[in-house]
Design a protein around this ligand. Structure first.
Ligand SMILES: [Zn+2]
Length: 645
């Protein structure tokens, strides 16, 4: 079978050894702190016990009762699998195996798995319905959960060769195939995710029925003549739990996916759906899906992206807001203002990388990089044991990271994201290697049956100097394409939603074996070096990294008259622990801004300093800005990203 697939290839995360300080620290923290922390929390909150109770392994009573509890355990197992694949760890693997055995006992005879219903079918969680899948489109998360099960099962099998979880997943998928399909149950899942899971299951098993089922679920959305639609409308009228944007837009059932042009509704649901649509574009060669997807991407990048790469700016409904509505503050008591959920940043990365694999251009990586270093990283503390769910761009001092949440999607999502971060560094286009991200690492790439080893050395994101040793197994001709980031090309985002106040005219430097290379940037956004490469060749690229002032499009009302600071891929903020009266500071457009690496601060960061006018007391004062991701680490602090100018 020769299925179509993405024209560009991702390099698997386990072929890449991270060795730079910035990301290696994060990876080690994920392994040593975050994974044990979230596993303990899953034990404490009885999420793991739920599988034992459902499997009659214990007479303990159920305590947690949210419909998506099972998914957290699946997602953490996915993260455990990646971690084991990178570094074998007998103790962790044994613990993973034990959890998997419990999951297997919780699976019902016919393959159904949803612990709360199995434990007490008479009292399923709110919004789950008395019958299986009865409130699937409303919010039971029955198929969302198993989507994460499929992803975990594939990952665990690929890491350990063990099939127990994969067998659970396949048995469940077979049940879903029996129940759902044309002329059978035609209710679309209320929270997208199973589509991504099914594609992964298909890629491993080569069973095309799983792929067809993924497309079937996507095609159900917004098709009003489907079986079960009336029941959904009827239930939505009074029992829908959520009050906010249109309830059909909320879970993207307002239109068929190919007719959707604007990103609306719950951001994580939407962007998991767009990611699955990208898979379908390639695997089915579906032009209509691609047209919709390109329009949705333009809408988000043109209108709905926070400067941090965060998406889903509306707290109410954790949703996309109208065009240009990008608030900064989050009101946690009234669920108003900005949201930018950590999971939405992760989803944004999944989606943008897929868009890159379709189109080959670097603008998707610009969005990915911005999201990665800012909106996503703020979601987890440097210590690795506290988390943000929403990631606002300003705070009155009442927002802090928490150890856990009843709705724990974000911590478990981070656990599975961090170990695969290196898989976004490279992509392959035929015999061309794209270097997308600048992260110290060693990779072995299989190219035309030869092995190319690349060794990146850099202090990115603090310094724009990157050295790459190129070591092919024999002298051979191929291309290496270096992404020239948007921030180097005076374009912070691939739209006019944000722009730098001034143009930086400094040129970047590119050398191969100490010889300067002409700086030609391809339409795709890369400098492409095609030559015969020999062992010991060295590329050197140096991006100037001045401090930049950024303005938002004038239609973004919450940013009118305000300026933000960036340096390289990093967005900055100022906190009241370092600065008096953060909301009242005015930065003159011409004031000189200094920057300095401070090893002892927040695990080593570059800070920005300068002089500002305090508008309240009308005096000059010095200010210090830190990377946005590093806020809320030194006690409760007021914070702003956008200053007056
Ligand atoms: Zn989340």
């Amino acid at each position: 079978m020769n299925m179509p697939d993405y024209p560009l290839k991702q390099i698997p995360f386990y072929s890449i050894i991270l060795n730079d300080k910035f990301w290696k620290n994060r990876l080690d923290t994920n392994t040593v702190v975050t994974i044990p922390h979230v596993l303990r929390r899953c034990e404490k909150s009885k999420r793991i016990a739920n599988f034992e109770i459902a499997g009659s392994l214990t007479t303990e009573k159920r305590t947690s009762k949210l419909p998506f509890d099972d998914s957290d355990v699946f997602k953490i197992l996915e993260g455990v699998a990646y971690t084991l694949k990178l570094t074998p760890n007998a103790e962790l693997e044994q613990y993973g195996d034990e959890i998997i055995d419990k999951i297997a006992t919780a699976q019902e005879e016919d393959g159904y798995i949803y612990t709360h219903r199995t434990i007490d079918p008479e009292n399923p969680p709110i919004i789950s319905g008395r019958e299986r899948w009865e409130k699937l489109t409303i919010d039971s998360h029955e198929l969302y959960n198993v989507g994460h099960l499929y992803e975990a099962a594939v990952a665990y099998y690929e890491a350990t060769g063990k099939k127990t979880l994969l067998n659970v997943a396949v048995k469940n998928a077979e049940l879903i195939l029996e129940i759902f399909g044309p002329g059978k149950n035609e209710s679309p899942p209320g929270h997208q995710e199973i589509e991504i899971g099914l594609v992964r299951l298909f890629k491993l098993t080569k069973n095309e029925r799983y792929l067809d089922l993924a497309k079937f679920f996507l095609d159900l959305r917004g098709s009003k003549d489907r079986i079960g639609y009336e029941a959904y409308v009827f239930q939505s009228m009074d029992s829908f739990p959520f009050k906010g944007p249109d309830r059909f837009e909320y879970n993207q059932t307002h239109e068929p996916v190919t007719k959707q042009k604007e990103a609306v509704g719950h951001a994580v649901r939407a962007v998991y759906m767009y990611s699955a649509m990208a898979d379908i574009v390639m695997l089915y060669n579906d032009e209509n899906y691609l047209i919709a997807l390109d329009q949705l991407w333009e809408d988000v990048i043109q209108h709905k992206l926070s400067i941090t790469g965060g998406i889903g700016a509306q707290a109410k409904g954790e949703a996309f807001d109208e065009a240009y509505v990008l608030p900064n503050y989050y009101d946690r008591f009234n669920e108003l203002g900005v949201y930018n959920e950590t999971c939405a940043s992760i989803a944004n990365i999944f989606w943008n990388f897929r868009m890159h694999l379709i189109h080959g251009t670097s603008k998707y990586i610009d969005v990915l990089e911005r999201t990665l270093y800012n909106g996503l990283l703020s979601g987890i503390s440097l210590e690795g044991n506290t988390f943000f769910y929403p990631n606002p761009l300003a705070s009155k001092g009442d927002i802090y990271r928490r150890k856990w949440f009843d709705v724990a999607c974000c911590p478990s999502n981070i656990v599975r994201f961090i170990p695969q971060v290196q898989s976004y560094i490279y992509s392959l286009k035929n015999s061309r290697i794209n270097i997308n991200l600048f992260i110290g690492s060693i990779v072995k790439i299989d190219l035309n049956e030869e092995i190319i080893e690349l060794h990146q050395k850099t202090n990115y994101p603090w310094n724009g100097l990157v050295e790459i040793d190129v070591n092919p197994s024999k002298s051979m001709e191929f291309s290496i394409a270096l992404r020239i980031p948007g921030w180097v090309r005076n374009k912070p985002v691939p739209s006019d939603l944000y722009h730098y106040i001034t143009t930086n005219e400094e040129k970047f430097r590119l050398e191969v074996n100490n010889k300067l290379i002409d700086l030609v940037i391809s339409e795709e956004g890369y400098c492409i070096i095609n030559q015969i490469w020999n062992k010991g060749d060295r590329i050197l690229i140096e991006f100037p990294m001045p401090v930049r002032r950024v303005l938002a499009h004038k239609k973004v009302k919450d940013c009118n008259g305000l300026v933000a600071l960036e340096r390289g891929p990093i967005v900055y903020c100022i906190e009241s622990i370092d600065n008096y009266n953060v909301e009242k500071l005015k930065l003159n457009d011409n004031t000189h801004l200094g920057h300095q690496y401070q090893e002892e601060l927040l695990n080593g960061i570059v800070t920005i300093t300068g002089s500002v006018q305090n508008l309240e007391i009308n005096v000059k004062q010095d200010f210090l800005a830190i990377p946005y991701y590093g806020w809320a680490h030194r006690g409760r602090s007021e914070m702003i990203v956008w200053m007056h100018h």
